[in-house]
Every structure is written in C-alpha cells, then in structure tokens.
Design a binder for this molecule. Structure first.
Ligand SMILES: [Mg+2]
Length: 395
C-alpha cells in the first residue's frame, strides 16, 4: 500500500492570489501619487514602506483579511507625517476599501491544477487543503474554484497563522505518518520550511509573482524527498517516482511465515526483528514441525494447507515469507508483500514470469527430465535474507 497524504496550499499553488495583490498595490501607488501630487512623494519609498508594514503585520496578526488594507492606511499616515500633509478620514477610508478590493477578483485556478488533483485521487492518494487566511474568505475561494468536492470541510485546514507549530498540530491530530505525508506549496516560509523541519516530504513550486514574505532560506537538510518544480502538473509523477524508490509505504502490520520447509535461520531472524519492532509474527506449518508458541498455527499435512491458512488470514499491508512462488503470487494479489527465504522480494511486475518459469521446470520434470535440487543453505543465505527483511521493514 502506498497511499500518500498530500497537503496542498491554496493561494498561488492551486489558485491565483499574489498577482491580485501586486495589481492592487500598483493601484495604491498610483492613487498615492495623486493624493500627494503637491508633495515630493517618493514612489519607491511608499512601495518599500507598505511591504515592510505588510510583512511585519503577518507576524503580529497572521493572515487575517484586514492586514493588507490596514497596511495601506498605515503607509498613507506615515507619508502624511513625513511630508507634512494633513491626513484625511475620507482618503483613509478610500485606501482601506481599495485594499479590500483585493478579495473581489474572480477566483482563477492555475493551469493543470484541477487535472493534477484528479490524477492524485485516481492514484489512491488522500488530499488535504492547508491554507492560511480568513476562514470565510478562504472557504469562499474553495467553493468558487469548484474544489469543494475534492476538499470537503473535514479535509480543509484553514488557519490565520501557518507555521511549523500549526503543521505539527495537524500531523498529530490526524495521525499522519511523516514518512507518507507531503506538503505542496509555493511559499518557502509557510509551506516548505515547516514541512522540512518536521521531516515531511516537500514539493516547492515557487510562483511568478512571489511575495516578499514568502522568501526564506531553505537551509534545512531534508529527511524525506524534496523537490522544486516549475508546474504542479509534475507532482503526480514525482510522487510516483519516490514511491518506486521506496521508503513511502505503510509499515508492515503482520508477518506470516510459511514454515513448512522453511530454514530455521529464516524463522529465527524474522522473529528477532519482529520482536524488536513490535510486529506480530505468525508461523504456520503442519504438525510435523517442532514449532510452538502463541503465534504458531498448526495445520494438517495436506499439501496446500499452510498456504491456504496464510492466504485466508493475511491482509493488505502484511508481509508473507515463503519460498512458494504460487503463494507469493496469491498474497501479492491481496496487496501484501512477499519475501523469499534468500531475501528476494517478489514484486507484482515479475511474479507472472516467475510462475511461468516454475511451470516450465515442472513440465520438464514430468517429461522425465532432471532438475537440480536446492543446494545446501549457507550462512550467506541467512545474511541475504536478513538484508532483504531489513529493507522491507526499513531498519
Ligand atoms: Mg500560497
């Protein structure tokens, strides 16, 4: 099983936002030049002052809806003080409203955003929205963008502050495993840095209009996968590639050992690791074996009994240890993983070929041909098995 939990930022990851602020700031600067036409107002100074106030406001007030309009009014007041102009209530009101008009732009999805989300769902991943801002405004954006079905209310996390502590709370509350959780966003500060600090996988998609506040050094060593992409449409394949490289699967839930004819070393090594990691480990064999204990299941000595006992009991996410390719093929069909006694993992894409080879050998023997019996097991085989087991258990 390789379902990933994917947290997606909204503004400038899925929908346009920063450019609305850029356009509104342009209008503000133009209006300021008009209001101060009798004064030697420095446009660049106004711009820099507003940005500074805006960024400082995020620290104090979070991403609330009045922060930006208020930053325009504060900049106006500062400029009045600097240039000796009498502040006017009417002009302050006008600038505040201009600031608020940033929320009036029609919601527009980024190219490929919707098809990417649909592709991720198709591939079995769980999507969550993690966005900063005013609850009502952000919720309305989700609805207007047509993303309500993809992110129903219980999958939306909307907060005025978006930082490492908040992300940690979400991870704990929803019991997300950092090993299978991704943060996808445009903001180095709000999305990526917290994710890296918590050891999550992160995908940074910087946006063209980049907000000053979003810029921050990402000088934290990534524990998981970390990618910087140009477009959101690359996300599904990047995640798929990472799953293929491993370390993104669910931890093994139970281990089943097909103990008929299983070397003692294999049983001993598996029990050792299972105990260490607290994973239930079951042995299944017929009554001719000397295995015992609470986790041993005895079956009759009909040829397929142990196989059927395992097949009936194992569940998705379990690991089955067997030297029987037929059993391996069946448990792979149940979304289990299967490991051979020399440490080779049986993979879904190879199992059909292995079954075919086995069938050919059987035909050859039935026709009177002789095939070599298994060679004597050595300590190198045990070591290879231990290495294969450790790879699957990720230790
Ligand atoms: Mg964003």
């Amino acid at each position: 099983m390789s379902t990933q939990h994917i947290l997606l930022d909204l503004d400038d990851t899925l929908i346009h936002c920063n450019r609305h602020f850029t356009w509104t700031r342009e209008k503000f600067l133009n209006r300021m030049m008009e209001l101060f036409k009798d004064y030697p107002l420095d446009r660049k100074l106004v711009d820099a002052t507003q940005q500074q106030i805006d960024v400082a406001g995020v620290e104090q007030k979070g991403l609330g809806k009045n922060r930006f309009p208020e930053s325009l009014v504060q900049t106006y007041r500062l400029m009045c003080a600097k240039y000796g102009k009498q502040p006017s209530k009417q002009e302050e009101k006008e600038l505040f409203e201009l600031g608020h008009s940033v929320y009036d732009f029609a919601v527009e999805l980024y190219p490929h955003a919707l098809s990417t989300l649909e592709k991720l769902i198709e591939r079995g991943h769980e999507l969550y929205l993690y966005t900063g801002g005013d609850r009502q405004i952000q919720t309305q954006k989700v609805i207007n963008a047509g993303l309500e079905a993809i992110f129903p209310e219980e999958r939306r996390f909307i907060f005025e502050h978006k930082n490492t502590l908040m992300l940690k709370k979400i991870m704990q509350k929803h019991r997300f495993d950092p090993n299978r959780t991704w943060m996808v966003g445009n903001s180095a500060r709000n999305d990526i840095r917290p994710a890296l600090e918590l050891g999550l996988h992160a995908i940074h998609i910087p946006d063209a209009y980049g907000w000053e506040y979003d810029r921050v050094e990402l000088d934290i060593p990534a524990k998981g996968h970390f990618h910087v992409l140009k477009s959101i449409k690359e996300v599904p394949d990047v995640i798929e590639q990472s799953i293929r490289e491993g370390r993104l699967r669910e931890p093994v839930r139970n281990i089943w050992i097909d103990a008929d004819g299983c070397p003692r070393g294999v049983i001993r090594i598996t029990r050792e690791y299972a105990e260490k990691l607290n994973i239930p480990c079951w042995t299944v064999s017929n009554f001719h074996h000397e295995l015992a204990g609470d986790t041993h299941i005895v079956v009759d000595d009909a040829s397929q009994s142990a196989d059927l006992a395992i097949l009936n009991r194992c569940q998705a996410g379990d690991l089955v240890i067997t030297q029987d390719i037929g059993l391996a093929a069946m448990v792979l069909g149940k979304q289990c993983r299967a490991l051979g006694i020399c440490g080779q993992e049986y993979r879904p894409e190879e199992i059909a070929l292995l079954l075919e080879l086995r069938e050919q050998s059987a035909k050859f023997r039935r026709a009177g041909g002789r095939t070599k019996g298994p060679r004597k097991r050595t300590s190198a085989d045990d070591a290879a098995f231990a290495a294969g087991l450790k790879r699957i258990l990720e230790i």
